[in-house]
Design a protein around this ligand. Structure first.
Ligand code: TYM
Length: 332
């Protein structure tokens, strides 16, 4: 059976980008077609300046939202990364497989380290090695497919390289995974700056739709989205990035094609109104279910406990095999 692994980092409140780019595929397709594992990757949230209480709170919130979005514990395995030691155990072996040049070429490292330096902070070593831990997340589970948004494609490519290199040097140990991107909305852009990704850890929030935003806030953010100077509605990411972003969001919510939808509109106002309606329609049940689940934290804990138990069982044999393959002496 196909094995699927994916993760989400609790560095901020989940956004419409996370939902359309990743979580929706997990809910609608992945958990039904494969042995799927989904992880709140809390260790990854420690790679930048963080507040311990906030990371803890956001981890619980992310797990609760994944359930609210429709992940079913009977169909998939959901857990928190730091509850399963195999991730960090394997990560070190992969650090011994990767090169520092490879890490420095990662686009997210370049962007995030530049931002940290510009704001006078120091860059944590873990920000550089982040993609190695991500590779460990994936390889520990022998995942065949990794459903992600476009911004993670380079990290999955690196994971493939590391798996192939390790297998070549030490004998076949890892499955070589592939990234699976959604056909639309693989990169939802910020509504106020449609040339940058809608990111959950950005400081300026007026262009970001959060899954838990109140309905009137969502509507306001979409109605105020930056559009382009032309007056006609066309789907052209280069010339009209703001309009193209709205068309992609609308297409993703309604199942249409962005270019076809463009033909239906002759004003930006109507496009925004319909996009807001479609987003609200999609998010309403998620918000309602989230409120119900918040009233039952014991249920979320039980799901995560059982998930971690199963995850350990899946990961341990592969990680043990990697320890043996690389030349470490087994305990007596
Ligand atoms: P993270 O937490 O930034 O995002 C979680 C998922 O949401 C997707 N995504 C988007 N998709 C479309 N448009 C956007 N604006 C947008 N923003 C985020 C991301 O591509 C991702 O699929 N490094 C990963 C977490 C991770 C992981 C893993 C993922 C750690 N280990 C192993 C897969 C497998 C990250 O920071 O995702």
């Amino acid at each position: 059976m196909t094995r699927i692994f994916s993760g989400i980092k609790p560095t901020g409140h989940l956004t419409l980008g996370n939902y359309l780019g990743a979580v929706r595929q997990w809910v609608e397709t992945d958990q039904h077609k494969a042995d799927a594992l989904f992880c709140v990757v809390d260790l990854h949230a420690l790679t930048v300046d963080h507040d311990p209480a906030r990371v803890r709170r956001l981890s619980r919130q992310a797990a609760t939202l994944l359930l609210a979005a429709g992940l079913e514990p009977a169909r998939c395995t959901m857990f928190v990364q730091s509850h399963v030691d195999e991730h960090t155990r394997l990560s070190y072996l992969l650090e011994c497989t990767a090169s520092d040049g490879e890490m420095r070429r990662m686009i997210q490292y370049k962007e995030k380290s530049a931002r940290e330096r510009a704001s006078g902070g120091s860059v944590r070593l873990s920000l550089l090695t982040y993609p190695v831990l991500m590779a460990a997340d994936i390889l520990a589970y022998s995942a065949d497919e990794v459903p992600v948004g476009d911004d993670q494609a380079q990290h999955v490519e690196l994971t493939r390289d590391l798996a192939v290199r390790f297998n070549h040097r030490y004998g076949h140990t890892f499955t070589v995974p592939k990234a699976v991107l959604p056909t639309v909305a693989a990169r939802v852009m910020d509504l106020q700056d449609p040339t940058t990704k809608m990111g959950k850890s950005h400081a300026e929030t007026s262009g970001i739709v959060y899954l838990l935003d109140e309905a009137d806030v969502v509507r306001k953010k979409i109605m105020r989205a930056v559009t382009d100077s032309g007056s006609s509605v066309v789907y052209d990411r280069e010339a009209q990035p703001g309009v193209a972003n709205l068309l992609e969001i609308l297409a993703s919510c309604t199942g249409g094609k962005p270019a076809d939808l463009a033909e239906r509109y002759d004003s930006y106002g109507a496009l925004k109104r319909d996009t807001a309606d479609a987003v609200l329609e999609l998010l309403r049940p998620v918000r309602e279910r989230h409120a119900e689940l918040c009233a039952d934290p014991g249920y979320v804990d039980a799901v995560l406990r059982a998930g971690a138990e199963r995850a350990r069982q899946v990961a341990r044999p592969t990680v043990d095999a990697a320890y043996a393959a690389i030349g470490l002496m087994p305990p007596a």
